[in-house]
Write a protein of this length. Structure first.
Lengths: 340, 86
C-alpha cells in the first residue's frame, strides 16, 4: 500500500475496469480533481500482483475554513465530530468530497471478497496516513454500500454516524411499463395518473447533448439552488457540468423541457456507468407551467427512460428531495460519515 | 496590448481578487486564501481589463501567477490574431 501524488500513477484506463459508488469517483473524475489546485490531492494505492487494485483519494484544503458548510465535517457530522480542529488545514478528507460522495475506486476484475478487502485496507491506510501526518482524517457522504470498508477504523476508535439519505431506484430490464408495474399499489396508481396527465399536458423532456445544453442550463440550475438557499455562481455550475460530462462515462444526457418558444424551462442530467445511471443537477424555471408534473418528469421519469434505454438496472437519484423520489418507487439508503 | 501590460493587468486583478497589495510570480491563488468566489472576481476583472474570455479552470489548474499570466498572454495573442484575420 503506497501513498503517492496522482501524477506518479499511470493511466487507470477506462471507467469500465473499475467499481465505484458514484460518478465522481470514476477514474477520469479522480484525475481531473487531482489537477485542481483548490485542494491538494494524494492517492492511497493498493497493488496486487503488480497491478493497481484500488485507489482512495485523500484531500487537503489550503484555507482555514471549508469553502461551504456542506464540506465542513462539524456541520455535516456534528455529533461525531466534537474534536475536529477548527482550522481546515488540519483536516484530511478521505475518499473525496466533490459531488458529496466519499469512497474508493477498485478494480472490477477482482472477486467481490477481494474488492471488499482492498477497500478496507485502503480506508485503513488513508486514516493511518492522515494521523501520521498530524491531520484529522474523516470521510463524509460515504454510501451505505461502502460503509463496511470503514469497520476497521471504527474498531480502532473512529466514530461513524448516519448523516444523510440517498434515493435509489432498482429498474427492471424489460422497460418502462415494468418499472410502473413493479411499484407498490398506491404509488403505481399515482404514477399512472401522473403519466397520463403528463401526456395530456404534452410535458415531456427531450434528451439533448450535454455540451450544447450547459450554457442555457446553468442559470436554471443556479436559480433552483438559490431557492433552496444554496449559494453558487453560474460560472461554477457550468464548469461542474462540463467536468461532469467529460468524466469518461459510458453515456451522459441532458433532459430538456422547453416552452412553446423553445426557451428552456426545466433541465436535469444523468450519467451512465455500466449498469448504473446517476441523476445530476436539476433546474426548473420559477414560472414553468404544470410545475409539479414538470418536476416529476425531470426528477424521475426522464432519467428512468434514459437509464432503461442504456440497459441500466439501477438509477441513483441522489440525496435531495427524497420523498418525491420514494413516492415514485425509490428506496432510501443511508449515507454515513466517519471521523477521527 | 504588449506583454508587460498583460502581466500588469493580471497581477492587478490577482491582487484585487485576493485583497492583497502585491504578488509574486510563484504565488498560488488558493494557497493565498483564494476560493471559488474570489476566482470568479478574478475572472471578471481579467475579462474586462484584457477584453478576453477567460476560462476559470485556468486558475484552478495553474500552479502560480506566472502560469496564469502566460495563459492570459496566449489568450490575448489568439484574440489579436483573430482580429487581424478578420
Amino acid at each position: 500500500m503506497t501513498v503517492v501524488r496522482p501524477q506518479e500513477v499511470g493511466d487507470l484506463g477506462a471507467a469500465s475496469g473499475w467499481e465505484f459508488a458514484g460518478a465522481a469517483l470514476a477514474p477520469h473524475r479522480l484525475r481531473s480533481a487531482a489537477r485542481d489546485r483548490r485542494w491538494q490531492t494524494w492517492w492511497v494505492v493498493a497493488e496486487l500482483d503488480g497491478a493497481i487494485a484500488g485507489v482512495i483519494p485523500v484531500y487537503r484544503v489550503p484555507t482555514a475554513a471549508a469553502s461551504e458548510p456542506i464540506y465542513d465535517p462539524r456541520v455535516v457530522a456534528g455529533s461525531i465530530a466534537p474534536d475536529v480542529p477548527d482550522d481546515a488545514r488540519e483536516w484530511l478528507y478521505v475518499g473525496g468530497f466533490r459531488d458529496l460522495i466519499a469512497g474508493s475506486t477498485v478494480s472490477s476484475a477482482l472477486d467481490a471478497d477481494v474488492r471488499d478487502e482492498v477497500r478496507r485496507r485502503l480506508v485503513t491506510e488513508a486514516f493511518a496516513y492522515g494521523r501520521g501526518e498530524g491531520l484529522y482524517p474523516f470521510a463524509i457522504y460515504v454510501r451505505n454500500e461502502e460503509i463496511g470498508a470503514f469497520d476497521g477504523v471504527v474498531a480502532g476508535g473512529a466514530r461513524s454516524a448516519q448523516v444523510r439519505e440517498t434515493a435509489v431506484l432498482e429498474l427492471p430490464r424489460a422497460g418502462f411499463e415494468d418499472y410502473v408495474q413493479g411499484l407498490r399499489k398506491r404509488d403505481r396508481y399515482r404514477v399512472r395518473r401522473e403519466l397520463a396527465e403528463l401526456a395530456e399536458m404534452n410535458v415531456a423532456a427531450v434528451v439533448e447533448d450535454v455540451a450544447d445544453l450547459v450554457a442555457e442550463a446553468a442559470p436554471l440550475v443556479l436559480s433552483t439552488k438559490q431557492r433552496y438557499g444554496v449559494a453558487d455562481h453560474p460560472v461554477m455550475v457550468a464548469l461542474r457540468l462540463r467536468e461532469w460530462a467529460a468524466g469518461g462515462a459510458d453515456h451522459c444526457g441532458g433532459f430538456a423541457l422547453r416552452d412553446e418558444h423553445g426557451v428552456l424551462s426545466g433541465v436535469s442530467f444523468a450519467v451512465v456507468h455500466g449498469a448504473t445511471a446517476e441523476l445530476y443537477e436539476l433546474g426548473l424555471a420559477e414560472d414553468v407551467s404544470h410545475r409539479l408534473h414538470a418536476y416529476a418528469e425531470l426528477l424521475v421519469y426522464a432519467p428512468v427512460r434514459f437509464a432503461l434505454r442504456h440497459g441500466c438496472t439501477k438509477l441513483v437519484l441522489g440525496m435531495d428531495s427524497i420523498e418525491p423520489k420514494a413516492r415514485r418507487g425509490a428506496r432510501v439508503e443511508l449515507v454515513w460519515a466517519v471521523t477521527g | 496590448m504588449n506583454t508587460t501590460s498583460v502581466a500588469d493587468s493580471v497581477r492587478e486583478a490577482w491582487c484585487a481578487a485576493l485583497g492583497m497589495e502585491s504578488a509574486a510570480a510563484e504565488d498560488n491563488f488558493f494557497d493565498l486564501g483564494g476560493n471559488s468566489l474570489s476566482a470568479i472576481t478574478f475572472m471578471e476583472l481579467i475579462e474586462s481589463s484584457l477584453n478576453i474570455e477567460f476560462p476559470i479552470q485556468v486558475l484552478f489548474v495553474s500552479n502560480d501567477l506566472a502560469e496564469v499570466t502566460d495563459e492570459c498572454e496566449r489568450l490575448c495573442s489568439s484574440v489579436a490574431s483573430a482580429v487581424g484575420r478578420a
